[in-house]
Design a protein around this ligand. Structure first.
Ligand SMILES: NC(=O)c1ccc[n+]([C@@H]2O[C@H](COP(=O)([O-])OP(=O)(O)OC[C@H]3O[C@@H](n4cnc5c(N)ncnc54)[C@H](OP(=O)(O)O)[C@@H]3O)[C@@H](O)[C@H]2O)c1
Length: 399
């Protein structure tokens, strides 16, 4: 039997490692044909030894040289590529039937678009790519006949609750609302007046999920839910008004679909990304993922509440950006990436993140997002404006 070839973009990250864990459980079905990372040479070397891909790509050119030198001693058959061109090349490989898009942030946009253009099955974790370029990306998927499977746990849950035969990007019949669940992050019950003093380590300590640092901070601000709301509008062709964000602290229900007849379908499971990854890899079949069975008696109760707008200004900003449309979501995303990375360096307070984004949204004029160049320009301009704003504020951590 021919094994399914998988390119894993962002292989050294949290989603990349979970993907490789699932692939390794099914060596007769899947093989990793290409792995990519940014600078983590040691991590990539370990993965190359374990998975023997045909290609290993480092986005950073120096890191690629180091990896090539080290691999020559271990496995000379692996071809090392560098830079964005290398990422795009392995997203288009004929040997790759599926591409896991798990680079964090805007850096994933071009390879993910390339996978769409090359008609791959795309397992989409990199929500930022879709937020930035929604219309362009969905057009590529439709025109090329690529298959799009959501990996974000909420969107994967919604996909699983859709009518049988449903394909991402189409409007489904008889749906009243989508209920997009959110844990509320580590500061759900934290005193509002103390939020400005929380540390990067506290913001990254998510109560239920183990994730990369950027998405962990996004979960704490709930920008993650804002990006997911935009992602859901594109993936399920629904207006934002028909998506209700629901705080659900246990993270056991991963989202719900509310049908016109009053039925509400939910997908439940332990908070472990190997479930949506295994679902997307094997769809429409099911495979074992390594995730424990859900112990419903231990969970015992499920709580729901509406998010408090005063606690989560980033969620409001994302909703506004979606309504304004054009390049506004790309501007929102870029400003957020800058703000989060500067917060993680300890240079702005947690509450400064939404201020940087609000300022940038007001300062960068939106354009129609009808060409890739316009999206990339908006991304670059927003990064510049957000960085300048931070420099001009004279913020110090904890102020
Ligand atoms: N983690 C989760 O549970 C989860 C759940 C749902 C959705 N997602 C989404 O999945 C994506 C990945 O999240 P993650 O938590 O796995 O992130 P992560 O742990 O930070 O990993 C990010 C990956 O992207 C690579 N990368 C970073 N910057 C890059 C660049 N400039 N060029 C090329 N590659 C780059 C990293 O390489 P290095 O290791 O070399 O830096 C790493 O392999 C994000 O879009 C996130 O929103 C994550």
């Amino acid at each position: 039997m021919n094994r399914c070839g998988v390119t894993v973009l962002g292989a050294t990250g949290s989603i990349g490692l979970s993907t490789l864990d699932v692939i390794a459980r099914h060596p007769q079905k899947y093989r990793a044909v290409a792995l990519t990372a940014h600078r983590d040479v040691e991590g990539m070397l370990r993965l190359c030894r374990l998975h023997h891909p045909e290609y290993a790509v480092m986005a950073d050119a120096d890191a690629a040289q180091q990896l090539a030198a080290q691999l020559r001693r271990v496995d000379g058959d692996i071809e090392v590529l560098a830079g964005e061109a290398g990422l795009v090349q392995v997203a288009e490989l004929t040997q790759a039937d599926q591409v896991m898009a798990a680079i964090v942030g805007a850096a994933g946009l071009l390879p993910t678009l390339a996978a769409a253009r090359a008609s791959k099955r795309i397992l989409l974790a990199n929500k930022e790519a879709l937020v930035m370029s929604g219309a362009l990306f969905m057009n590529e998927v439709h025109n090329s006949g690529a298959e799009l499977l959501p990996v974000d746990s909420e969107h994967n849950a919604i996909f699983q609750c859709m009518p049988s035969g449903y394909r991402a990007g189409r409007e489904a019949a008889a749906i009243r609302r989508i209920l997009l669940t959110a844990s509320g992050g580590p500061f759900r019950d934290y005193p509002l007046e103390k939020l400005s003093r929380v540390t990067p380590a506290e913001a990254c300590a998510h109560p239920n999920w183990e994730m990369g640092r950027k998405i962990s901070v996004d979960s704490a601000t709930m920008m993650n839910k804002g990006l997911e709301l935009i992602e859901a509008c594109w993936l399920f062709a629904v207006p934002a008004q028909r998506i209700q964000v629901v705080l659900h602290p246990q993270s056991v229900i991963h989202s719900m679909v509310d049908y016109l007849d009053g039925s509400v379908l939910a997908q439940l499971g332990n908070p472990d990304m190997r479930t949506p990854i295994a679902h997307a890899l094997a769809w429409p079949e099911r495979i074992e993922s390594g995730v424990d069975a859900l112990d419903i008696f231990r969970i015992a109760r499920l709580d729901f509440e509406a998010p408090d707008p005063a606690r989560y200004p980033c969620l409001r900003l994302a909703c506004e950006a979606w309504e304004l449309g054009g390049t506004t979501p790309a501007i929102l995303n870029a400003a957020n990436e800058v703000a989060v990375s500067i917060f993680l360096e300890g240079r702005i307070p947690f509450t400064g993140i939404s201020q940087v984004i609000e300022h940038t949204l007001g300062a960068v004029a939106a354009e129609p997002a009808d060409t890739l160049q316009r999206v990339l320009d908006a991304n670059a301009q927003a990064r510049f404006v957000a960085t300048q704003f931070v420099c001009g504020q004279g913020w110090r951590s904890g102020t």
